[in-house]
Design a protein around this ligand. Structure first.
Ligand code: AHR
Length: 512
């Protein structure tokens, strides 16, 4: 080969590698993407519940229904929240649910020791939370107290919410408190982070505790199956999953949880809004780590549960930074930039692509805490870039996952490198195929070629979330700086789809 030919060959080779190529198997979907992957989490922490969601219904000028802000209800309905986890978090293992029922004037107060030592007056309790779920059309996911509670207490909570009217002491108590019909709560967490704030237990000890609690949480009449979620691993603690899967019989556990936050350094988490590209790529590396962690936990679960009966429940995920200057360090209030939108798009693609095992997930947290979808300031409310990604992606809820093979160049900055592009795809009941694409590269656009196998499409439409700077965010003075717009960067020629995705942006396409 002449030198000049070699150079041309090398150039073509490198340039094709420099652009992402995807194969979409549009006719080989087998797995349903559970809508519960798109769940949220609301803890008694800072201004999430009080102020953010619940304004009490007393003298407030903020419009509300039974104390729950009307603007929040509307925003969460639009998001199609499938399930909402409550009351914690660390708070769950300090919470005694009987303190939060009955006349409000008789409810005892407590000090919320995990989160800023705020006095909790228990005015938002079981009835208020389950009423919120009914208003937004979400299923409740209640986290029970194992760390400082009792088996009887949790067993009573299941009865209180699910037993027939007036049956037994809990059925009578519920009716006495004004609720005739059971709520039939399906999802139950059995403790939270039992390796840490939930009791600092070893997995062998927690597994035995779990078996005891789970025994008394059964459905006695077996007609409404409850779904018990065992407290799971911290990030890549594979031993926790190994022990739980080994020591708990498969018929006693419907889900096993996992928590992973995209944090670079727990003792110096950095600002939510003031960060450079070197920090950005490190955060995104932590977000990509979810793929590896889920793959490894799933492999352990496969060993004990090849039929995938037990779901992996990622019931806490998201970005976690220092609090906004001037706010209570125990209240975890942070702004939300395009970096968070990238974490959300990437993580949801990872969950979609692992839908055979990951069947529930919960972003931490809904309002005013960590990677919130909504921020409030008195009567004002704004939607964050993360909200918009979750809303764009809700087309995947309960759709059939379509396999994708993704060949992507790396995004390189300094000494760090991570895959630049992430993709997932699904087909819904109306036969519409949706493809979500995330370009995490902070400076390069990517021309993505998608080779579609097994289907042909006539039309294509799409939406994009992007902004000028990674550090951009929606504020109370500029609430719509970042919002989805219609996308015109895709073209279809036969079975080849070409999509140009700008740096740090999220695109969702609909193909018919
Ligand atoms: O989401 C904030 C806290 O993070 C939760 O309370 C706890 O479970 C986790 O450590």
């Amino acid at each position: 080969m002449k030198i000049s030919h070699f150079i041309i060959f090398l150039f073509l080779g490198l340039s094709s590698f420099a652009q992402p190529r995807v194969v979409l198997h549009a006719d080989s979907g087998k797995t349903r993407i559970s809508r519960h992957i798109y769940g949220h989490f609301a803890e008694h922490l800072g201004r999430c519940i009080y102020d953010g969601i619940y304004v009490g219904g007393g003298n407030t000028a903020i419009p509300n229904v039974n104390g729950v802000r009307t603007d929040i209800i509307e925003a969460l309905k639009k998001l199609k929240v499938p399930n909402l986890r409550w009351p914690g978090g660390c708070f769950a293992d300090a919470y005694h649910w009987k303190d939060g029922i009955g006349p409000k004037k008789d409810r005892p107060s407590m000090v919320n020791r995990w989160w800023g030592a705020t006095v909790e007056d228990n005015s938002f309790g079981t009835h208020e939370f389950l009423g919120l779920c009914e208003q937004i059309g979400a299923e409740a996911y209640l986290a029970g107290n194992v760390g400082s509670g009792t088996v009887q207490e949790l067993s009573d909570w299941v009865d209180y919410t699910n037993i027939e009217p007036n049956k037994g002491p809990m059925g009578k108590l519920r009716v006495q408190n004004g609720r005739e019909k059971p709520w039939n709560v399906r999802y139950w967490g059995v403790g939270n982070e039992s390796w840490g704030c939930g009791g600092n237990m070893k997995p062998e000890y927690y597994a035995m505790q779990y078996r005891q609690y789970a025994t008394f949480m059964a459905d006695w009449d077996n007609s409404k199956k409850i779904f018990r979620v065992a407290s799971g691993a911290n990030g890549d603690d594979m031993n926790w999953t190994e022990v739980m899967m080994r020591d708990v019989p498969l018929n006693m556990m419907e889900g096993l949880s996992l928590h992973h936050y995209s944090v670079i350094n727990w003792s110096a988490k950095g600002s939510a809004t003031q960060f450079d590209e070197a920090t950005y790529i490190k955060t995104m590396k932590q977000a990509w780590k979810m793929d590896d962690i889920v793959t490894r936990h799933s492999a352990i679960m496969d060993k004990y549960d090849p039929r995938k009966r037990v779901a992996l429940v990622v019931d806490e995920w998201g970005g976690w930074y220092e609090v906004e200057p001037g706010t209570n360090p125990g209240h975890l209030y942070q702004q939300n930039t395009m970096r968070d939108a990238m974490i959300a798009g990437l993580t949801l693609n990872i969950f979609n692509n692992h839908a055979d095992r990951v069947r529930i997930a919960n972003l931490a947290q809904t309002v005013n805490v960590l990677q919130a979808v909504i921020l409030t300031d008195k009567e004002k409310m704004i939607l964050t870039p993360t909200y918009h990604v979750m809303e764009m992606y809700n087309v995947h809820q309960d759709a059939t996952l379509l396999p994708v093979e993704v060949n992507t160049p790396d995004y390189v900055y300094g000494d760090e490198k991570i895959p630049a592009v992430s993709v997932s795809a699904s087909k819904n009941e109306e036969g519409i195929t949706h493809i979500s694409l995330v370009n995490v590269d902070a400076s390069k656009k990517h021309d993505i070629t998608i080779d579609i196998k097994g289907a042909s499409f006539k039309s294509i439409s799409g939406r994009i979330l992007s902004s000028n700077k990674l550090q951009d965010y929606n504020s109370f003075t500029n609430p719509d700086k970042i919002k989805p717009s219609s996308f015109s960067g895709a073209s279809l020629s036969g079975n080849m789809l070409k999509v140009t995705v700008p740096p740090f942006s999220v695109v969702v396409l609909a193909l018919k």
